[in-house]
Structure formats: structure tokens, C-alpha cells
Design a protein. Sequence first.
Length: 105
Amino acid sequence: MYTIEIEKMCRCAKESGMEQNLTFDSREDMINKARVMECLMNQNFCMTHFFEAVDYGEKIIIHSSVREIDEEDEDVEDARDLICKSNVVIGFDASEEPPKSAGGN
């Protein structure tokens, strides 16, 4: 039996509905799930913590540490907030011709 354990359940982990302990029949399934969880936690949670999945053989523990605040980055907003506030619409309109300077034929 293989397990993934979230070492400390921060507020975001609790609110996400993630289970603190998961069990798997295969090591491969455990590793794949831990990679996905680590990625989701680092991208979707509040950015207060950094999450790292550490493999201990039959168990992977997802450790958390408080993210360092870089003084240069204090004024930088979260990318998700910037996208929501932006008035720019990114898309492709096939009815428009690209500018001649775009290098098209």
C-alpha cells in the first residue's frame, strides 16, 4: 500500500476539499497523483505557501513552507488578478487580414 500525506493542511487545502491522506495500490499511481497535487497546490492556492512533494519510498509527503516575499515583487499582482482586470481580449478573428508587415504571403 502506498500513501500520500499532506503534512500541514493550510486553509486553502482544507477549503479545496483535498484529503490529507490518500492510499494507492501502485507506486506509479501514487507518484502521478502527487505530481498533480503539488502542481495544483502551487498554482491555485493563495501563494502564501510553497508545496513540495517528497518521495520517501512507500510514502510521499507534501511539505509546505512559507513563501519568501521578494521586496522587488511586492507591487506585482497575481497573474490571475491581472488577467481578470485586463480589457484585452485575446483571440483569432479569421475575418480580418493580417497586417502586410506580418510576413504573410
